[in-house]
Design a protein around this ligand. Structure first.
Ligand SMILES: [Zn+2]
Length: 277
């Protein structure tokens, strides 16, 4: 497997930020979708989209999840096992908010993973998933729609995955979510209440190798992993100690190629632990 380049991941984030605010169903969101699909195809992945409409506090919106598939050794249509590596690419509906770290950093890392993970060398299929509509339209996560004003994309895709899995055509080995993972002063947390112990151990080991502080959050948090429980999940993010969280100052200068590289290499190393999957 080629080495993960933080510079490449950073360039992707720079492109995304350049489109402008990527809130759901916006012109910049559509530019981001085209960019993500083009980059995945350039890397040789097969791409699927999951397009759907849903009610939001600001009306009916069209959402687009993008899935880039890296085939494993055994390949039958829609047959598992699979490992999902996901992030959201949408940005919160706030004035001048471009989400370099929040929505951008994870997307940049996944696009670089698409380049370096070689097909047909692993037992599992990797699904690189770019979720739309993670962010709440209302200010607070639980404020509107009985707490359902968030994670629109991951809830929709988890429903599809569950339906396919019911027919025993899919075996989800793990769901790994990255978000807010590019801050210069990198310090990540994982949800200690819901994350899978084996995945926690694997990520903590590799975080140490990369010099990334990775700490348990014992009160837990909600994110794109939650709709996929009870599959083994983990998500890594930094929002408490990220001073620009949901502020218009979440711009490109707050993230660094070095942080993206550390997280990318940590993730790659865990994915290479084939005994886990
Ligand atoms: Zn956010």
């Amino acid at each position: 497997m080629p080495e993960f380049s933080g510079e490449n991941a950073f360039r992707h984030v720079s492109e995304l930020v350049g489109f402008g605010p990527r809130y759901v169903d916006s012109p910049a969101s559509r530019s981001a979708q085209r960019y993500i699909i083009r980059e995945l195809q350039k890397a040789g992945l097969s791409v699927r989209t999951d397009v759907f409409q849903d009610q939001t506090p600001v009306g009916t919106k069209t959402f687009v999840n993008i899935i880039g598939i890296i085939s494993g050794r055994v390949r039958k249509t829609d047959s598992g096992p699979i490992v999902i590596i996901g992030t959201h690419y949408d940005t919160k509906l706030l004035p001048d908010f471009v989400g370099a770290n929040d929505g951008g950093s994870g997307t940049g890392i996944l696009l670089e993973l698409a380049r370096i993970i070689e097909p047909h060398t692993h037992a599992v299929d990797y699904w690189l998933v770019f979720f739309d509509g993670e962010e709440a339209f209302c200010n607070d996560w639980h404020q509107c729609q009985n707490g359902k004003d968030n994670t629109y994309g991951s809830r929709h895709l988890a429903g599809i995955v569950a339906a396919i899995a019911k027919g025993h055509r899919l075996n989800v080995k793990a769901v790994i979510i990255l978000d807010l993972v590019g801050y210069r002063n990198l310090r990540l947390e994982y949800d200690a209440t819901k994350s899978d112990p084996t995945l926690i151990r694997a990520f903590r080991e590799q975080a140490t190798v990369q010099g990334i502080p990775l700490l348990p959050n014992h009160s837990g948090f909600l994110d794109d992993k939650d709709p996929f429980i009870p599959y083994p999940v983990i998500d890594l993010m930094q929002y408490k100690s990220y001073p620009h969280w949901h502020k218009s100052s979440d711009t490109l200068d707050k993230i660094s190629p070095e942080s993206l590289q550390r997280v990318g290499r940590m993730t790659k190393a865990v994915l290479q632990r084939t005994e886990l999957f």
